[in-house]
Design a protein around this ligand. Structure first.
Ligand code: TGC
Ligand code: FAD
Length: 393
């Protein structure tokens, strides 16, 4: 212990949480932060305004080792859960859409193949997906079944040695830029997963427009009209709804870290803005009400970061129960949304402008609250784990 305890704090890391990261994790955070600051932030307001995701980012994220960072072998990063989380926080400090891209690619599409796929599928897809040469998406949700994916209507039926897929998937991130879609379908034997390559006859995608959230991200409908697939396109180890739900644990873990990044970006914007903006003859930061908001934001973000770090270390040591992931996803997305909304007000009229990052994060966080299990679904999952009673139905 140092002989003289510090007398001041770093306003950008008041709990000194970077001291809790090891050298590799700190270096990774620095690398991703630099990429986000130099390559992404200068353009994101335009992309957001015009509803654009630049697919060139895929290879750049791949070159940084951020796609499948936490998966072993097959050209993937083999990093720890905490390293993956730290990267998600830095990406989402840029934009939830950027973290979403990495989440869907690494934690949903690649994880599904890594966990449930054959050796042939892993060798065929994973190295190119890790490099960002192939983009993946994950089709679970349908127009009529979101929180309740067990009610899906998309079917896969056997036809000789092949499978025929019919149905559609809705709200699919990366859907219309994906080279391969992981599609979950109902069969006579239960839910099964399939790899559907772009260009397969009967498979089409429609980009969704008029979104007011996650605008710098592609969201699409997948349509499967008599899509014929060979048996080798099926993920052989996935045999029930537990297949797709296991992938969600991975993506939710990335989100519980990512949300702390979005919250941090909003807090930093509010701190900076109120330090220079003067009203009634002094900086807004000098007023008690502003300081109370800043103090609460810093505290809540710090608590969220500690929760993320704890869950990350636990995951690295012994793995996480789904309800523990739910606790992190619920707590940190609600926290980030509250922080973003408070920050939005603190910037006054500028708070609604894309010249500042806050309204973009605030709007994005509406999607982050909803996807990967809504706040209600996570509350019910935690409730079931605590009480043993199931209250979904
Ligand atoms: P239930 O009967 O409870 O379970 C069915 C089987 O699944 C197992 N299971 C899980 N396994 C692993 N991880 C989990 N988290 C699991 N939850 C359940 C369960 O043990 C059982 O296994 P088995 O072997 O007995 O068959 O199923 P249920 O349908 O009643 O589900 C419960 C519920 C509501 C928790 C689940 O359906 C759920 O999580 N709903 C929310 C759906 C959701 O989150 N969708 C996300 C779609 S992907 C997405 O949003 C991507 S956005 C990404 C981005 O852009 O960043
Ligand atoms: P619903 O399930 O209809 O829920 C509506 C409301 O009812 C919610 O408030 C919900 O909490 C509440 N509710 C539902 N059930 C209960 C209950 N039992 N008790 C109390 N309240 C309940 N899906 C994918 O498969 N892949 C993707 O890549 C993907 N990307 C997405 C990207 C974006 C931008 C968005 C917005 C969504 C994406 N989704 C994706 C879909 C997402 O997972 C679903 O929107 C989400 O699971 C909620 O489903 P829903 O929209 O059908 O809402």
């Amino acid at each position: 212990m140092s002989a003289t305890p510090p007398r001041t704090v770093d306003p950008l890391d008041p709990l000194a949480l970077t001291t809790q990261l090891d050298d590799t994790e700190r270096a990774l955070a620095q690398t991703v932060r630099q990429f986000v600051t130099e390559r992404f932030l200068p353009q994101v307001a335009d992309w957001y305004e015009h509803g654009i995701f630049d697919p060139a980012l895929a290879k750049e994220l791949g070159a940084l080792g951020l796609l499948g960072l936490h998966l072993e072998g097959y050209g993937c990063g083999g990093g720890s859960a905490v390293a993956y989380g730290v990267a998600c926080a830095e990406l989402e400090a840029g934009d939830s859409g950027l973290r979403s891209f990495a989440s869907v690619q690494g934690s949903l599409a690649m994880f599904a193949i890594h966990r449930w796929g054959s050796e042939e599928q892993k060798n065929d897809y994973l190295p190119r997906m890790a490099a960002g040469e192939l983009i993946g998406c994950f089709g679970l949700t349908e127009a009529d079944s979101g929180s309740d994916p067990g009610a899906m209507r998309t079917t896969a039926r056997r036809d000789g040695d092949d499978w025929i897929l019919d149905g559609s998937k809705m709200w699919i991130t990366n859907g219309s830029i994906a080279d391969v879609a992981v599609v979950w379908a109902r069969t006579d034997e239960g839910v099964r997963g399939f790899l559907v390559d772009r260009g397969t006859p009967g498979f089409t995608t429609n980009t969704l427009h008029r979104k007011m959230s996650l605008r710098a991200s592609v969201t699409a409908e997948l349509v499967l009209d008599g899509v014929r697939l060979p048996e080798r396109a099926r993920l052989p180890l996935a045999r029930s709804l537990a297949g797709p739900l296991s992938c969600l644990n991975e993506a939710r873990f990335g989100i519980l870290w990512g949300a702390t990044g979005a919250a941090r970006a909003c807090y930093e914007a509010a701190l900076s803005y109120t330090s220079t903006r003067t009203q009634f003859g002094r900086p807004l930061a000098g007023f008690q009400l502003t300081q109370q908001k800043l103090a609460t934001m810093a505290l809540e973000i710090g608590k969220g970061q500690l929760l993320a770090l704890h869950l990350g270390r636990l995951k690295d040591v012994q793995g996480l129960a789904p309800a523990q992931v739910s606790m992190g996803k619920l707590a940190n997305t609600v926290m980030a949304s509250d922080v973003a909304r408070t920050a939005r007000g603190m910037l006054g009229a500028n708070g609604i402008s894309l010249e500042y990052p806050v309204i973009r994060h605030m709007m994005n966080l509406e999607s982050v609250l909803t996807y990967e299990g809504t706040a209600e679904i996570h509350a019910l999952s935690i409730g079931q784990a605590l009480t043993g009673h199931r209250a979904f139905t």
